[in-house]
Design a protein around this ligand. Structure first.
Ligand code: ADP
Ligand code: MG
Length: 286
């Protein structure tokens, strides 16, 4: 049984002229990091809000952790962790106070707020008011909060948005650690590096509809050229040569080049995830 099973999910905001998401169909396996990749307004946050039971009045079915969402009571929130795109912290409390407050809402076992702050790189900022936090710090506090109850299923909405490179790397390694400890992660992002690096499978979403669901590697291989490009200099003259990837080990020209010239780079020419996104959806991610 998958961790999340969504079938025919359609939702229209009361004020919306047309569905924000339409006929979504996907399954997330236990222990999988599943990415929702799409440009602004595609329906990523809406999908997350539906999956966590925040938006009602959808059609289709959502089941999570073996039960239809409609049959889950508030005990669902004991099992899952959620970080929001726009974090809703108490600004007049400190980071540590925020975590302690939310920690007290859980009946089950929880993790130490100090340890969580450390994990997201806020160990030295726990005593500061959240009103003084930067956007990236608030995002990181949101990720820490999502992990308070040691959830089996984690929803992260744009967890690396607005982060500096160091904090971004920290959050990415935290997500990798979640996977290593067997957690299931639903991750929305419009950052294709994050999707590429972390996700077992990604769903491309545009205008509320899923275009394709596949592993980043398969997508890149399927859409790239099976070629190797070599940059080199020969007697000080720069050059670039391409060879077919198939049969490369027996390609006499390629082997001669390796022996005879100074090699600078060798790259296989698979597509980037962003190339694939544009190719499949006809839309850019930004
Ligand atoms: P994403 O997270 O991919 O950027 P959203 O799920 O936030 O996209 O938005 C999907 C669509 O739903 C957009 O067209 C957006 O304008 C619309 N939308 C989002 N929130 C609301 C709301 N509260 N009321 C009406 N429309 C909304
Ligand atoms: Mg969003």
């Amino acid at each position: 049984m998958p961790a999340v099973d969504v079938d025919g999910l359609t939702f229209t905001y009361p004020s919306g002229p047309r569905p924000a998401v339409r006929d979504l169909r996907f399954r997330i396996d236990h222990g999988e990091v599943f990415g929702f990749l799409g440009p602004n307004g595609a329906g990523k946050s809406t999908t997350q809000k539906l999956l966590i039971g925040l938006l009602r009045g959808y059609t289709g079915t959502i089941s999570a952790l073996g039960r239809d969402l409609a049959d889950w009571g508030t005990d669902y929130y004991e099992q899952i962790g959620v970080s929001f795109e726009i974090p809703n912290h108490y600004l007049r409390l400190t980071g540590l106070e925020n975590l302690s407050y939310f920690r007290a809402l859980y009946r089950g076992k929880t993790r130490r707020p100090e340890a969580l702050l450390e994990m997201v790189g806020l160990a030295d900022d726990g005593g500061r008011f959240v009103s003084e936090y930067s956007k990236g710090m608030k995002t990181r506090l949101g990720v820490a909060r999502a992990l308070l109850n040691d959830p089996r299923l984690v929803f992260l909405d744009e967890p690396t948005m607005g982060l500096d490179p160091v904090s971004g790397r920290r959050i990415r390694s935290l997500i990798r650690e979640m996977k290593q400890t067997g957690r299931t992660v639903f991750l929305t992002t419009h950052d294709m590096t994050v999707a590429d690096e972390l996700c077992d499978r990604v769903a491309f979403i545009v205008n509320g509809e899923i275009g394709i669901i596949e592993s980043p590697n398969k997508l890149k291989l399927a859409h790239g050229a099976r070629k190797v490009a070599v940059e080199h200099t020969n007697d000080g003259i720069p050059g670039r040569s391409e060879f077919p990837l198939d049969g490369i080990g027996a390609n006499a020209d390629f082997l001669a080049l390796l022996r005879e010239v100074k090699i600078h780079t060798i790259h296989s020419q698979e597509a980037t995830l962003e190339d694939v996104f544009i190719h499949v959806t006809g839309r850019s991610l930004h």
